[in-house]
Design a protein around this ligand. Structure first.
Ligand SMILES: C[S@@+](CC[C@H](N)C(=O)[O-])C[C@H]1O[C@@H](n2cnc3c(N)ncnc32)[C@H](O)[C@@H]1O
Length: 280
């Protein structure tokens, strides 16, 4: 689950604290089966000691690098792309057999350094990124990728819904507003938001990839208190941005926070992991 910007802002920056907080729950939610299949395919095509070339889109502070590097064949050369220069600067340096380069640019812009250069990659990766991307942008990017990268592993993309346990009568309205906020008009267009689960596989299929998906929901437990409180705030802030002064949303948030702090709230946040390989 990610946040977006308004038309006025070019984009809303992801908070480093939120990215750090979600790293652990992402790690326990990712599909190990799709990761293994990606690693097996890379081993099949890369039997020589050439580095595995990985293009990580929306790299943030390097969550994919940290998670995937130990699971993929070595040596590796990572190209980490993010429009947020500060987040990229915080990515840890590579380790033995892992080389990294950082590119601060917008991967949706066909004129950006990453799109303009004639690079080829063995794997494209992205974690929690495409729900921020408009569908047309995802189609164009998938077509561009299909010419230079045979394999993609796109993980933890939001959709279609979030459920709290216990549920309350305000949940439906709060979540409907939250989804509307994710997909509102922004500088880069309307993000896919909760439709990403369907729209991302479609973009990859249309570009010539075979696609396998796996549901990878976050099972947010009562002791994931940081995640629960942040989820409640994200939903509340999004609703209030669309409907300033809506008292019922404030009450909804207060009630959810009370349950969370009493250790009585859990949630399921649906996501999908997508493995795509170019059709022969
Ligand atoms: C929710 S964060 C995820 C970061 C990282 N992948 C992780 O799992 O922690 C989404 C990231 O995608 C980046 N991003 C979104 N759209 C982008 C674009 N068009 N070009 C470059 N970066 C983008 C944001 O700056 C942000 O760092």
């Amino acid at each position: 689950m990610t946040r977006g910007a308004s038309v006025a802002e070019p984009y809303r920056k992801a908070s480093p604290n939120w990215l750090e907080l979600r790293r652990e729950i992402d790690a326990r939610s990712r599909s190990p089966a799709l990761e293994r299949q990606a690693a097996d395919r890379l081993r099949d095509v890369q039997p020589t000691p050439n580095p595995t070339r990985i293009l990580d889109l929306g790299a943030g502070a390097g969550a994919n690098l940290l998670h995937l590097a130990p699971r993929l064949p070595l040596p590796q050369r990572w190209t980490l792309v993010d429009r947020d220069r500060e987040l990229l600067a915080s990515v840890p340096r590579g380790g033995p057999g892992v080389e990294i380069e950082r590119m601060a640019c917008d991967f949706l812009d066909p004129g950006s350094p990453v799109r303009a250069r004639d690079g080829e990659y063995d794997l494209a990766s992205a974690n929690a990124v495409f729900d921020l991307v408009p569908e047309e942008g995802a189609h164009a990017l998938a077509r561009w990728l299909a010419d230079r990268c045979p394999l993609a592993l796109f993980t933890l993309h939001y959709g279609p819904e979030t459920r709290f346990e216990p549920s309350s009568p305000g949940d439906e309205r709060a979540l409907a507003l939250f989804h509307r906020h994710m997909t509102r008009e922004q500088a880069s267009g309307r993000a896919m938001g909760e439709r990403c689960e369907v729209a991302l596989p479609r973009a990859l299929r249309d570009a010539g990839y075979e696609v396998r998906t796996e549901a990878t929901p976050w099972r947010v437990r009562p002791d994931d208190i940081g995640i629960l409180l942040q989820l409640i705030s994200f939903i509340e802030d999004a609703c209030l941005e669309l409907m300033p002064g809506e008292i019922k949303i404030g009450e909804w948030g207060k009630d959810k926070r009370r349950l969370a702090l009493a250790g009585r709230l859990s949630a399921t946040v649906e996501h999908v992991d997508v493995l795509a390989w170019r059709r022969a």
